[in-house]
Design a protein around this ligand. Sequence first.
Ligand SMILES: [Zn+2]
Length: 157
Amino acid sequence: MLAAVGWKINWGGIKPPAPPSPRKGIPRGHSLWPGQAIVCSACGAVLFVFGKCLKCRNAFRASGQTCWNHVLVPVAPIRKFVVEMLVKRFHSSSAFREVLLPAVKERLHHHQQKHESSHDRRSAEIAVLKRRSRISGNQSASAKSSRGNKLNRWSLI
Ligand SMILES: [Zn+2]
């Protein structure tokens, strides 16, 4: 944002704090494709999504860096290639469409049900919190009004 107006923060040699990851709190097991779909040619472990790249699971410091393969594979070209290949195949093969469409519909249905159930759960939590807020608000309002009455009484005396 500052760069848009030509400004820059002088951090005095200190690195600026990294923005929080949009995937913070999401387990690696829920990785976006092609995360964990490709294996390392050196050790056979799966590759994790690491920013905009894939990196061998065993090349991370947290995994003890037991793999020497520190290659970072860009994700975008892989996704582009596979999506284009699937679209071509989808248009050229009726058998492919017959297999793919039901699988996609089932997956979407499953995802929607999961999303709806979490939405229902959150709506119920919001309703409970609103009820609690109203109750505590009424209690504090009545406490304030009783205090106000006492103050009014004192001011009248
Ligand atoms: Zn490896």
